[in-house]
Design a protein around this ligand. Structure first.
Ligand SMILES: [Zn+2]
Length: 218
């Protein structure tokens, strides 16, 4: 059984790998995402490599081995199913579930997890629109467009929010921009870096480019 620290590293490496196809993930990136000192990550990279969970190239970074990826996908499955459970069954707020799931993902048993999966009707996405890996370790890897790259006037549907920071999620929630919301972009100001769009309820909103990049649509 992997420790929660190992599980956090593997999960973070997997998330970074999904962003950059094929190339090694720099350990510095993993460190800053996990909020740890870069020095300790080198030791961790070596130890993960010794356990056969990653391939480590000094100064370049790491890639998960098949075994490492299997473990990482299982942690991600636990995290995302727990998030959905917290919202759907326990009624927790959409913006507070990520922090809770960060803790629970390391302690839940497979038995309880599979019960939760069945109770929720074998869902494929979590409340943020992130795909839930199957018990066999398969994950939907379709790539979605972010809001800043979309054409004006076309009907769009929000399907995923990529930033899980509570303040960003609260902003999304307060403005009704959760997965499922429909919108049309009315104006894109490249100079100011802003994007204006209308939501289905007739509400108009202007956001900056960095926020727009964290909202994925189809
Ligand atoms: Zn989360």
């Amino acid at each position: 059984m992997a420790t929660s620290t190992v599980e956090n590293y593997l999960k973070q490496i997997l998330l970074e790998q999904q962003r950059v196809e094929g190339s090694p993930v720099p350990m510095g990136k993993v460190a800053s995402a996990l909020g740890v000192v870069p020095g300790t990550t080198t030791t961790m990279a070596k130890s993960l490599a010794d356990s056969g969970l990653v391939n480590y190239a000094p100064r370049k970074g790491v890639r998960l081995t098949e075994e490492g990826e299997k473990l990482a996908l299982h942690v991600l499955r636990r995290h995302r199913l727990i998030e959905l459970f917290l919202v759907e069954i326990l009624g927790l707020g959409w913006s507070e579930i990520h922090e809770e799931a960060e803790k629970l993902e390391h302690v839940i048993s497979d038995k309880v997890l599979e019960k939760i999966d069945a109770l929720l009707g074998f869902p494929t996405v979590d409340p943020h629109g992130d795909p839930i890996p199957t018990a066999k370790g398969k994950i939907d890897a379709r790539s979605l467009e972010n809001l800043s790259g979309c054409p004006l006037g076309e009907p769009l549907r929000i399907s995923r929010i990529t930033d899980q920071a509570p303040e960003f999620l609260r902003f999304i929630e307060n403005n009704g921009l959760q997965p499922g919301a429909e919108l049309k972009i009315s104006e894109q100001n490249r100079v100011a870096g802003t994007l204006t769009f209308s939501l289905s309820k007739g509400k108009t909103l202007t956001i900056g480019a960095s926020a727009a990049k964290k909202i994925l649509v189809e």
